[in-house]
Design a protein around this ligand. Sequence first.
Ligand code: IMP
Length: 433
Amino acid sequence: MSSTAVIGLQWGDEGKGKVIDSLAAEASIVARYAGGNNAGHTVIVGEEKYVLHLIPGGILHEGTINLVGRGVVVSLAALVEEMEGLKDRGVPVEERLRIDSRAHVIFPYHCQLDSMTEVWRGAGRIGTTGRGIGPAYADRVARTGIRIADVLDPDIFRKRLEASLAEKDAILSKVYGAEPEDHGNLFEESRELAERLRPLVVDGGGLLASAYGAGERILLEGAQGTMLDLDAGTFPYVTSSWTGTWGIAGGTGLSPRNLDRAYGVSKAYCTRVGEGPFPTEMEGEEEERLRAQGNEYGATTGRPRRCGWFDAVQARYACRLNGLDGVVLTNLDVLTGFSRLRVANAYRLGEERTLNFPAETGLRADLNPEYVELPGWEEDISDIRNFDDLPPSARDYVAFLEEEMGVPIVQISVGPDRSEIMSGRNGEVRLWS
Ligand code: IMP
């Protein structure tokens, strides 16, 4: 019996796709538990690049079932489009994909509300991906949401959609002053898409419980990152789901007692897209250089990512909350050529010094990170596959991060390809128990 989770420790885009891809090779099931098509997981296989948004990262592996869990919000059109894209490239998607009947559906009016709400927020806007994520989760909590199971039943769906459209139209016109939307054939189109998906729709919790009971390997795939978590993150500049390990049971139906291992993925520096607090954010030339070296542009929206130094205060907080067995450190190669590297290991809040990540980061202008400086390295490290062959300052940098986080760094990635990875300083660790 074994289940393993892979979680983003920062603001998303940590390189989880590659870690998930390598673990998925030995998994029976890969399950997504949160987020929607706001995510973008990049997997490089040889010359081929795949960017997955909704479909879990085991889809490229023969014999792996990929479950879109009940905690994921699903745009039916985006899902079908992603399936078609993979099918065109020869991936037998139907064989490998399953969707939880309890997952909530994102409709076009959620996307419209997403952008209208952002306009309404003005200077306080979150910088969402505009995919309707927040409004779809809000409907779930407000109990006006519509699940895949509901769309599959025409009578239930008609009633629920009519009620929802009436409410949304009133909000859009009376609150936001928008022109009434023409919903076209939303009922028919959604029904048609749902019928195409019907053979893949399952009770996800049941599927996972039987697999776990039968001793199969289950991989729980995180989306976004801990600092974008609804409760743990830099609220309100967060996404609308639980992205950490605490979201897994709720978002899949797997009992929390059946989660055996969890690994966090962190870049060797920080990035974030969208608005919100980012204590170690760089400025000017330094940031541009890191962005160019790391090709730091969003996989979903193409937006340039904000770049910053590694934040050990934030990393410790994320490790503690998730309860991790190890960390995979990614993009170490991107730091090549910086003569000195900075790591924040404490924050100053006015007169106070703290080692903990405070709740008020969004509000306090007097938060300043305290930095430790470490020497950088000049050598290209992307061909290195043994920790001991890394330049001494790269080894020291990794060791410093590990000590700050208090969790072993079990793997270090030095490039986007599947093969560009090595074990940490303690030698090889089997990530599957
Ligand atoms: P939403 O999830 O579209 O509502 O966006 C909320 C915040 O989360 C915004 O700052 C987005 O840029 C950010 N976000 C959502 N998904 C991702 C992701 O997969 N990677 C990085 N940032 C994300």
